[in-house]
Design a protein around this ligand. Structure first.
Ligand code: PMP
Length: 449
């Protein structure tokens, strides 16, 4: 039975659809029916409640209307590879277990408790005290689309600092929302200097600057500390993609003046794809609250903030979230809280440094010459002339069950992309990859050179 104060949780004062409130009331009245009496009345007439489907629905009843026959969906056996590409990465064993936890209904206390846990974990992860933090239903692109579409209005300008493929995605998304994107491109094997970025900010005074912290297509990391201050001097919001860096490389949203940020679960957080934490600064919040444009309903942060109870006074329904993904994200956050961010950053740094040392013993080189520009999670490796990248990749999966990826976007055909992150950021995994790569290079020398 629902108490009156609980009923108020469902009220949406902004909504003109009062009819829903009436229906809510009638639902709670129904709940006051004596359930015991109903059940015993059902038990008196069991035959009514055991329908004989076969008798009522003969197999040929619809046969003339069926144009698509029953497909044969067989049970597929699939040996899990060691996932060492730029993502997805393997999941923590605890996350695999969390994915089987019970389904949460969209308006139960347990769901709102999970939201509270997630928001606390996400604040820690981004290192922000902002209240406007939540997770988008969808993979990293959902975070990207939500951050851009909520913070930049049609006809406003977004400066896109481009060195890989994710900036191109930001460009395409901006175009679709009628935003004016300006691309500032540098070679993919390095990151931006602040002087370069400031020149562009001065020139265009854009509403927002979009830049990736870690770029998984090029294997580069961008320095962000101090960039917020520069952006704010020109009235620009700083929007950051941390999909492949968060949890593995230091990131301080508040201290670095970041205004809109998103990440995803399937990289260094070692969870399944499909749920993407986002956070907004006070500046961004002001923009969201005073905006004149309407972002897509599904990505509307104003509405989602109510569902996620960001300000502690609303618990509403916006859409049904995937319970397995909520449990999984909660578990990823617990894992990182148990280890602590500092220890996770150190572990990633030490393992990747070791991996680079072992790479130096092979006849390969790094695409990113300056070690300071190298991303800790994804290493881009250039093979000696004559090797076929795809053959090396196929050898590693077929002979060693180690999955690495080819280059993408600007690095397509020019490098391998090897990911060592999250649960896979260990010396043992680094050795396994090097052993498999060594064997691939030795086995393929004659055939592909
Ligand atoms: N940004 C970066 C840096 C990424 O590496 C990726 C995915 N590889 C994305 C965004 C897009 O994320 P998703 O595939 O989860 O939509």
């Amino acid at each position: 039975m629902m108490r009156n104060d609980q009923r108020n949780l469902y009220r949406q004062p902004d909504s003109p659809y009062d009819v829903w409130e009436m229906e809510r009331d009638s639902i709670s009245q129904t709940e006051e029916v004596d359930c015991g009496a109903v059940i015993s009345s059902l038990q008196l007439r069991p035959a009514l409640f055991v329908p004989n489907f076969e008798a009522n629905l003969p197999g040929n009843m619809y046969s003339t209307s069926m144009t698509v026959p029953v497909p044969e969906i067989v049970d597929r056996q699939f040996e899990k590879p060691l996932l060492c590409g730029p993502g997805p990465c393997d999941v923590w064993p605890s996350v695999a277990e969390a994915l089987t936890r019970p389904v949460l209904s969209p308006m139960c206390d347990e769901l709102f408790n999970v939201f509270d846990d997630l928001r606390a974990g996400i604040q820690y992860l981004f290192q922000t005290r902002s209240k406007l933090v939540l997770a988008m239903s969808g993979s990293g692109h959902a975070g990207m689309e939500a951050v851009i579409s909520n913070l930049v209005a049609p006809k406003e300008t977004i400066l896109i600092a481009t060195r890989g493929i994710w900036d191109e995605r930001a460009y395409n998304i901006s175009k679709r929302y009628g935003i004016n994107p300006i691309v500032y491109r540098i070679p993919c094997n390095r990151s931006f200097t602040f002087a370069e970025l400031e020149t562009q900010l001065k020139r265009y005074r854009p509403t927002a600057l979009f830049i990736t912290h870690g770029d998984s297509s090029s294997g580069t990391v961008q320095k962000i500390e101090g960039l917020g201050e520069i952006c704010h001097r020109y009235g620009t919001l700083l929007l950051i993609d941390t999909v492949v860096s968060l949890g593995a490389a230091p990131f301080f949203m508040d201290a670095w003046g970041v205004d809109g940020v998103y990440t995803s679960t399937q990289k260094a957080l070692s969870g399944p794809a499909g749920i993407s934490p986002v956070a907004f600064s006070a500046r961004a919040e002001e923009k969201i609250n005073n905006r004149k444009h309407e972002p897509p309903f599904y990505f509307d942060i104003k509405l989602l903030a109510k569902q996620w109870n960001c300000y502690g006074n609303t618990r509403t329904y916006h859409h049904t979230l995937s319970s397995p993904l909520l449990w999984a994200l909660r578990c990823c956050l617990r894992e990182i809280c148990q280890e602590t961010l500092e220890k996770s950053w150190e572990r990633h740094a030490r393992v990747t440094e070791y991996f680079h040392k072992r790479l130096q013993q092979l006849s390969v080189s790094c695409l990113v010459p300056n070690p300071e520009n190298r991303l800790v999670t994804v290493v881009t490796v250039v093979l000696p002339r004559g090797y076929d990248y795809l053959k090396v990749i196929n050898h590693m999966i077929e002979k060693h069950n180690v999955r690495i990826f080819p280059g993408l976007g600007p690095t397509a055909g020019k490098s391998l992309r090897i990911g060592i992150m999250g649960v896979n950021s260990t010396f043992q995994v680094a050795d396994t990859i090097i052993d498999a790569l060594t064997d691939a290079l030795q086995s393929l020398t004659k055939s592909s050179l």
